[in-house]
Design a protein around this ligand. Sequence first.
Ligand code: SAM
Length: 197
Amino acid sequence: MKELILEMEEYASLKNVPIIEKDSIAFIMKYIKKNNIKNILEIGSAIGYSTILMASVSPEVTVTTIERDEERYMECLKNVKKCGFEKKINVVFQDALDVNLTGVKYDMIFIDAAKGQYTKFFEKFKYFLTDNGIIITDNLKFHGHVGKSSEIESKNLKSLVEKIENYIEFLKDNKEFETNFYDVGDGLSVSVKKNEK
Ligand code: SAM
């Protein structure tokens, strides 16, 4: 397992595949363990690095992960097989915004896909959370750009950073969820669903 993880880190670095920072995945794994989280939905598998590490927390953890890039999806499948997690991890090859989920609920949803679509992912998938379920989002600092969009000259980057800034405001204003922000890795949020009264 350790060897596979190192292999994946090397592959990601060679092929320029973005994977989660070590501090962030360590934080998430700790959270999963502490809160006895069993059923996870991940948006954005890439090559399965965070997927496999989350699934490794305990034998009871299962992960459904969605990836729209075919090459990464294939690599993810290969890695899931290599560590023998075929029964714990379900890899879905589709755009997350087109996925149809019915009759399933997750204790945790991890959003780690297209940054410009965070609000859409949140609004679509929040219905698939268990009571007190949580949504974790990565890259809220976006390499230090967030909070400084007015200083950015590149149009595309500016627009992307503005979308993340808007997502942060959306989380802060959200009455259905209580969100905490953590200065870990590239910036994480944990949004806990409030109990309906
Ligand atoms: N969670 C992975 C890890 O830490 O090992 C990293 C995921 S990477 C930051 C983001 C991935 O999300 C990319 O591989 C990209 O192809 C995928 N992605 C982006 N938008 C998506 C969408 N709408 N549906 C499915 N996958 C998407």
